[in-house]
Each structure stands twice: as C-alpha cells, then as structure tokens.
Design a protein around this ligand. Structure first.
Ligand code: BES
Ligand code: MN
Ligand code: ZN
Length: 517
C-alpha cells in the first residue's frame, strides 16, 4: 500500500469534496467542547447550527484523548461524514461551547492518528484540528495522521477484505497553507512517518521471511533508496573480522548472521553519531530455550535494528547536517546441534572474552561486537537501541522505553529528544556495583549477573564494550517496540517503530550543535 498523499489547504471545510472532515473536541465542564483554534472547525459547527458540541455530548462523547465519534453530515456540509476526535482535557478548562487554547504536539499527533485509523476505507480525509496555524502543530497533525493510516496486510489473502485500506489522501486544513515553515514541517512528517512505518513492516514480518540475510537485503534496498551507503558483512567476513559475539549467537541457526553498516554523510566536519541496533530476527532463547507462551513476541527482537536503519533513511532524506554511521548486527537465536552452549566462551570483536551462562542473553553479545566496531569510527556519540530485557517491561511497563547513559547530559539530551518526538522514554541508572556480579571464573565477563535490576545489568554489560571517552546512551525498547494490546492513538497492534522519531529528533539536535558540544 503506498503512503497516503498529504497536502495543506485553506479551503472551506464545509464545501470540501472529501469523504470525511475531522474536528477536535475536548473535555469541558459540562460535556464536550469544540476545539476551534484551527482552520475549519468553526465553519463546520456553524453549518450544524452551532450544535456540534451539544449533539456529540448527547451521543455520549466525552472528549477523552483518541475517542472517535462519527456523525452523518446529513447535508449540513459537503462531506458525508464528520468525525469528532477527543483531545482530552481542554487547555483552559473548557467552559462554554468552544475551547480556543493550544494543545500539546503529542496530543494532536495521537488525535490525528486515532482519526485516520478510524477512517480506514475512506479515500480522502480533511483534518480541521486545533493547530492555530502553527507550523509545528500542523506538522504534528500530519505526522500523527500518517502514522495512524498504517495497515499490515502482507499475509492476508482470504481475509484481505476484512481489513480496510488506509486513508488514501490526507488534507490538513490551515489558514496558511503556503507558509514555508509549514511546508517544511509537512515534508518532515512524511519522511519521519515513512521511516516509522518501514520499521513497523520489518517488525511485523514473519521471522521465516526475515532471516538475517533477507533483513540485510531489505536494509540495503531501503538505504540505497534514501542515498545512504551500506555494506553487509556475511558470515565469512564476520569470521575473518573476529566478530565472535554475532557468530556465536547465529551459529545455532541454519540461516547465518550478518552485520550491516550504514553511512550517511551530512557534511565534512559535522558531528558524528553512531547508531547501533539489536537485530535478532527471532529469539527462541537458544539452548536456554524460552517457554512457548509468548515466544511469538520474539519476532520483534530486531526492533532496535529496524529503528536505527529506518531512522537513518529519514535523517538522509531530511539531509540533516550530521554524519551518521549505523551498525545492525543480525542473527537468529536458535537451538540446534550447532548452537552455542551455556558455559561456552566466545571472543568478541576487539578481543574481550565472554562466558555465555545463558544463551537467551544474546542481545548483549551481538551488541558487544557492534559497539566496539562502532567505536573504531571515532564517533562523538554512540546510541544503541535494543529489545534487550524482559526486565524493561517489569520496570517501566510495556509502553515506556528506558534511557541509560553514564553522562547526565547525554541522558538528558535523549530524554528531551524523546519528549519532543512524542515517544515515551524514561531515564534509568547504570549502577557500577552491578559489574562484579558479571565477573566470570573463566573469562573477562559473563553474560549474566545479579538477578535484580536485569535491565540495568544488561546496560552495565554493554558499558564494558563502549570505548573509553566516547559518549554513549543505551535505549531498552523491549516493551515499546511491540504493541501486544489493542491499537490506540496512532499506534497499531504489533510493531510500533518506537525510537525512530527520537533518533531523528536527536540527530536534529546534534546537527544544531547540541549534545556533542
Ligand atoms: N529479547 C529478549 C528480551 C525481551 C523480552 C524483549 C520480552 C521483548 C519482550 C532478550 O534477549 C532476553 O531474552 N533477555 C533475557 C535476559 C536474561 C536471560 C538475563 C530476559 O530478559 O529474560
Ligand atoms: Mn533472549
Ligand atoms: Zn533477545
């Protein structure tokens, strides 16, 4: 399915030839209030004799964020359907019939996404949400709308008809459709949403169809299309190079591992960020086999690699003045006669040895190789993204990723990027006292440690492989990469593309000279 077309318009919302017009409603003091601080919502309300809010309240609308209520327009406006989407609490309390205030970027993203998701099957949709013609808010509406218009139908054959096509064309109504900043925001939304949706597609792919070699091929195709240089190391090259972590994890599978390296050059002398993403195409646990219940979730174990590759395509399309290298170690963690055993010792890239006490702690093994390799490029900052631990879900729940970084400034920079991008992430520590729990009686380090704080233990393990003096942040996205529940806002069931938007935002800050000083 091609991405929906996206445009800005200041046409009259009441006479648009479109399948649906979307307006926003908020929680008011008594019932919903119309969010009128945008282009078009007021006109639509007038066409309904100023009865929209009252009618919606009668129908049971509350204005809760993401709530959708469809009204037949009955000829009041040209579009056959008016969809009211909830924005949550009105910014100024919501007395009276209308609310004029400004909403948070993320509120508008989620509302726009909930609306386009609910309007699947429509060819065209116009959004009259409360942007106040602010280009950044117009961009947020566009981004949310594109993220909500996602479906994954690759494997639907007989049941194809049960899934409605995503909206074909999205028009964001604004009083200033030719504003240059707004047009730039629109283009940004398109590139960012395309990247998020690409990451979602990869996560949703059945792991039988996405062995390391196929994932690497897909990364090459996506990178080349975005003008990003890409090289793939196959198992022979990995052996020659001494990538013992990636090889050990991959050796149990009949489908050998890969290491993908991406290079985007945004300009000589510009700051350099290295992005590293865990690409376990399926994590059975290996000989330390996982229980069957929930094992299907482990097709999302390449969500970190998907996120960094997709983010780099967006960074390149946006032509950000920053240099980015990406490393995606890809392997399938399987039990077999050739699989690594608990108690095996491997030698990672660069020479450090690891005693493998649990083959299910495989992410840190492939990341160890990739982090050391990334450090050789002498980046100003390394950010790794990984579905690394079940403990992440215990600590922060299924929707909030963890940010770990030894440096307060780096951690704060990632947090700020996540907040601005609208992705839930929260700072977590890397306590030094956890390191001795990974002392091995035979090797330099063991891949298991203290039974408490498993997410932090994994982070502290990775820290051992980050070259001294290089700024680094580790993002554990185990839960947020995958939506096991029902869709909400712009988030579908399944792959979410979590971290893509934060990485793009972070690259923008790095390009502006922040983060790397
Ligand atoms: N891929 C898993 C982590 C994971 C769990 C991701 C749930 C998404 C949802 C990782 O490789 C893993 O198995 N980690 C182990 C580490 C343990 C053996 C030290 C875990 O968290 O149980
Ligand atoms: Mn595992
Ligand atoms: Zn894993």
């Amino acid at each position: 399915m091609p991405a929906p077309t996206l445009s800005l318009s200041n046409s009259k919302a009441t006479s648009l030839k479109t399948d649906a017009v979307v307006v926003g409603v908020a929680k008011g003091a008594d019932g919903v209030v119309l969010a009128s601080a945008g282009h078009g919502a007021d006109e639509v309300d007038k066409a309904f004799k100023s009865r929209l809010a009252a009618t919606l309240t009668t129908l049971g609308a509350t204005g809760a964020l993401g709530e959708v209520t469809k009204l037949p327009s009955l000829g009041n406006v040209t579009a056959p359907v008016v969809l009211a989407v909830g924005l949550g609490q009105a910014p100024e309390g919501g007395r009276g019939r209308k609310a004029q205030g400004a909403y948070a970027h993320e509120t508008l993203r989620r509302a726009a996404g909930a609306a386009t998701r609910a309007l699947g099957g429509s060819r065209t949709v116009a959004l009259a949400l409360p942007t106040g013609d602010d280009p950044a808010l117009v961009g947020a509406v566009a981004e949310g709308a594109l993220l909500g218009a996602y479906t994954f139908t690759r494997y639907r054959v007989a049941s194809k008809g049960t899934v409605k096509d995503p909206v074909g064309a999205i028009t964001v109504l604004t009083g200033a459709p030719r504003d240059k900043t707004a047009r730039t925001a629109l283009t940004r939304a398109q590139h960012v949403a395309a990247a998020v949706n690409l990451a979602r597609d990869w996560v949703n792919a059945a792991p039988v169809d996405l062995p390391p070699a196929a994932f690497a091929d897909a990364a090459v195709a996506a990178a080349r299309a975005a003008g990003v240089d890409v090289e793939v190391m196959d198992e022979k090259a990995l052996k020659k190079g001494g990538f013992g972590g990636i090889l050990a994890v991959g050796q149990g599978s009949s489908r050998p591992p890969r290491l993908v390296r991406l290079t985007y050059q945004g300009g000589r002398g510009k700051p350099h960020v290295a992005l590293v993403g865990k690409g376990i195409t399926f994590d059975s646990g290996g000989l330390s086999l996982k229980p069957s219940a929930g094992m299907e979730w482990m097709k999302s174990d390449m969500g970190g690699a998907a996120a960094i590759i997709a983010a780099i395509t967006a960074i390149a399309r946006l032509k950000l003045p920053v240099n980015v290298t990406g490393y995606a170690p890809m392997a399938e963690n399987m039990p077999s006669g050739t699989a690594q055993r608990p108690s095996d010792v491997l030698t990672t890239y660069g020479g450090k040895t690891v005693e493998v006490l649990n083959t299910d702690a495989e992410g840190r093994l492939v990341l160890a190789d990739a982090l050391v390799r990334a450090g050789e490029d002498d980046p100003d900052l390394i950010v790794d993204v990984a579905t690394l631990t079940g403990a992440q879900l215990v600590a922060l729940g299924s929707r909030t990723a963890a940010i770990m970084a030894p440096d307060d400034e780096v951690r704060a920079a990632v947090k700020r990027a996540a907040d601005e991008a609208g992705e839930a992430m929260w700072p977590m520590p890397l306590p030094d006292e956890l390191r001795p729990s990974m002392d091995s009686p035979v090797a330099d380090i063991a891949n298991m440690g203290d039974k408490y704080g498993g997410m932090l233990v994994a982070g502290v393990f990775l820290k051992d492989f980050v070259p001294d003096g290089v700024r680094w942040a580790h993002l554990d996205i185990a839960g947020p990469a995958w939506n096991d529940g029902t869709p909400y806002g712009y988030t579908p069931k399944g792959g979410t593309g979590h971290a893509v938007r934060t990485l793009v935002r972070l690259a923008e800050h790095v390009a502006d000279g922040g983060v790397t000083r």
